[in-house]
Every structure is written in C-alpha cells, then in structure tokens.
Design a protein around this ligand. Structure first.
Ligand code: SAM
Length: 401
C-alpha cells in the first residue's frame, strides 16, 4: 500500500529530519491541509467529488437527501423571527465542502414570500480551493443576486461581533487536526511522529503544550479520568475555533453538527483507543501512516468541551440533541407522509433518521448569545442525553433553558 502523496511525504519527512519528531496534530494538519499537497488542498479537477459523495472516500448527510437542509431552513427561519428579523440576517457556513447544504438551504428559502430572502446574506468559509470551486458551481443560480452569497477566506478575518444571525457547520470540527495522547504509568504522554527506515513511526514524548495539560485538568473536573494504556484525542483546534466563533457572533445562534459525544462518553471505557479514523473509498482504517494526503482523517467531537469553551466566551447552550430528534422536531414526518414508502427518496430520508446510524451518531449543539431563553422546534424532542451538557457546564449557566 502506498505511503502517500510523494511530494507531501517528502515535505513531512524533511520537516522531521530537520527538527525531530512532530506532534500527531502537526502530522494530521499537514496530511489534510498542506497548502499544495494536503488531502483537502490539492486542486485537481473533480477532486471534491472524489473525496465527498457516493463514489468518494466518504459521504455526509448533505449527499443523502436535502431533508437536513430543509429542516435547517425551517429552524433558521424560526431563529430569524426570534431575533426580530434583522437586516441583514447573516448565515456563516464554515467548511461547507461541496456546498450542497447551502444549495438546498437556499432552494428551500427561495419559496419564502416575506422579506427573509432579501435580508439573507450567506457567507461561506472554506479552506479547500477545490471545494470552493465546487461551491461556486452549485451556488451559481444565486450569484446573480448581489450580496446574497459570498466567500471569506478565514474566520479570523471577520470583525468581532459582526454577525447577527447564525454560524453553522456540518462535519467541520471532525476534520480539525487532533493531538493524540496515551496514559503511561499514570502520566499523559503525547504521540509524536518520527520517520525511520522509509516509514512513519510513533514515539511517545512529553506533552507539547500546556494547553493539553489544561484540557486534561478540565476533563478531570468533569469527572473524566483516563486509565493506563488509554489512547485518545484532544482537539485543541476545536476549542480555538469555538472561541473565534464566539468572538465573531454579535447576536444569534451557533449550530454545530457532527458525530460526537459528551465528554463522559467520548472518554469512556468503550473507547480505549480513541475515535481517530481514516477514510478511503468508503472504507475506514486506523492507519494514518499510509496513503498520507490521499485519504481523509477524522476524529469524533467532544461536545462538552466545545460547550464549556463557548460558555466561557459568552455563548449559552440552547440545547444538545441528535439528528433524528432534530429532524423530527422540524417536521420530517410530514415530509415522509408525502412520499411512497418504498421510494428511493423515502429510503434516503430514513437513512438520515436511522437510530443505529446517522440519526443518533450525528449530534447537534445549538448555542446562543444576545437573546433570552429561545425555544427552538429542533430541540423539542430531547434524547436521553439531552441535558447531559447541563450537568457539566456549571451552575452559573442557562443551559437548556
Ligand atoms: C468533512 S468536510 C464537510 C463538508 C460539508 N460540510 C458537508 O456537510 O458535506 C470538511 C470541510 O471543512 C473544510 N475545512 C476544514 N478546516 C476548515 C477551516 N478551518 N475553515 C474552513 N473550512 C475548513 C475542509 O476543507 C472540508 O471541505
């Protein structure tokens, strides 16, 4: 099996030979986002379809059916009402991939007869040039209405408090590079990547940054302790991102959809090797050291840490649910009633809902700022863990209110 993209492998090995073993997070960051050769950064024509979609390395809810986009449209229209129909109402979608959710969301909103369509500004932030090009194709019908759809290179470029509306992502946070740690004789050690005899190898070393110790202290305060031999991930990038999202949102909501868990489940006894996986041609593997730059890499999301970090930055937790409950709260059953039960479309929606699949694997965290006690249709059905973040986010909060 190939070790990976030859130019990328050469770049990574040169860095290791120059400065010694690199953290796993640095390795994953280069594998996915090296500016020229990273998995998401190569500019080969059609590569976005080779990566995300039925014939790609993996697919997302957006590939399955527009039902999620339609539910989001309904949920976001309600958020717009709760915010008093501001002009402009801005949606920032981060990591939009091929732009299918944006396309289907805008199509769902095109039917609106009130002012929403005219007040709406849809801003996409996307690292990958190939995905950005794909987004431009899919959103071509909206590019004629000046200002409706636009692109920003980096969230960091957005001014503080500049967004009134919604900051949204689907499967973005799982694509951030993660640090990997392993507990040895009661001590956390970090996984570094070395290069020897023509292949990448792991080395355990001291933690590369005090931020990891701080994260572990915070997890301990939530009752999470990791036994000897336990290997897992800490997504520092996600915490920095959440702080930046909180900085940019002036008034409104953050909707984060991804596969993940509460901290107690993420770091529980069922996951002694963590959640890190690679995807290539719809097949999962645990091996990051082959097909480097040619396969996707991902780790599940610790939603408790996201919620707590958001809380510290002024975002209140509105609620935490799963995709099945979210879609049910937003009228998916009516959508199903209008379809033939045996039809392909019916089956696609069922795939989004299936409790043993996408319906429960995908979680939805909604946070808010500058609005009091919002009640959202998408949060009306609370799964058993619905209040789990409330228990961990401290008593000075208005969690789930
Ligand atoms: C797993 S894909 C998700 C695609 C899409 N949201 C969907 O639902 O199909 C992750 C996307 O996030 C992009 N991405 C990763 N980090 C990013 C960042 N910091 N800012 C913007 N986009 C990012 C990647 O280039 C990729 O297109």
């Amino acid at each position: 099996m190939s070790i990976g993209h030859p130019h990328l492998v050469a770049e990574i090995t040169e860095e290791i030979l120059r400065s010694g073993p690199i953290t796993f997070a640095r390795f994953m960051g280069l594998a996915l986002y090296h500016p020229l050769f990273g998995y998401y950064m190569r500019q080969t024509e059609g590569i976005s379809e080779e990566q995300i979609g039925w014939s790609g390395d993996y697919y997302t809810s957006a590939d399955v059916h527009p039902a999620l986009a339609r539910a989001l449209a309904r949920q976001i229209r309600q958020m717009d009402d709760l915010l008093g129909r501001p002009d402009p109402f801005t949606i920032v979608e981060m990591g939009a991939g091929k732009g299918l959710l944006a396309r289907d969301f805008l199509a769902a909103c095109a039917e609106a007869t009130d002012s929403f369509r005219h007040r709406l500004r849809y801003v996409l932030i996307e690292h990958s040039p190939a995905m950005r090009a794909c987004q431009q194709n899919h959103l071509a019908p909206w590019l004629d209405s000046p200002g409706t759809v636009s692109w920003v290179n980096e969230l960091e470029q957005s001014p503080t408090g500049s967004v009134t509306g919604v900051m949204f992502s689907n499967e973005l946070v799982d694509a951030f590079p993660v640090h990997r740690i392993r507990i040895e004789q009661g001590e956390p050690k970090e996984v570094f990547v070395a290069y020897q005899d023509g292949r990448f190898e792991e080395r355990l070393q001291a933690l590369s940054t005090p931020d990891l110790s701080e994260s572990l202290r915070r997890l301990a305060s939530l009752g999470v302790t990791l036994p000897d031999g336990y290997t897992t991930e800490i997504n520092l990038h996600a915490l920095a991102w959440m702080k930046d999202v909180a900085r940019v949102l002036g008034r409104g909501f953050v909707i984060t959809i991804d596969y993940g868990h509460t901290a107690q489940d993420f770091y529980g006894p069922d996951r002694p090797k963590g959640t890190f996986l690679c995807y290539y041609s719809q097949m999962a593997s645990e091996s990051p050291y082959s097909r480097v730059g040619l396969q996707d890499m991902t780790a599940h999301v610790d939603f408790t840490s996201l919620a707590v970090t958001g809380q510290e930055a002024g975002l209140h937790v509105t609620g935490f649910t799963n995709q099945m409950s979210f879609l049910m709260g937003l009228g998916v059953e009516q959508m199903l009633e209008s379809l033939e039960p045996g039809s392909a479309e019916f089956q696609s929606i069922i795939q989004l809902l299936r409790p043993e699949g996408m319906g429960r694997t995908f979680k939805i965290l909604i946070q808010h700022r500058g609005i009091t006690e919002p009640q959202l249709d998408g949060l009306q059905f609370k799964p058993f863990f619905g209040s789990a973040l409330a228990a961990t986010a401290g008593s000075n909060t208005d969690v789930n209110r």
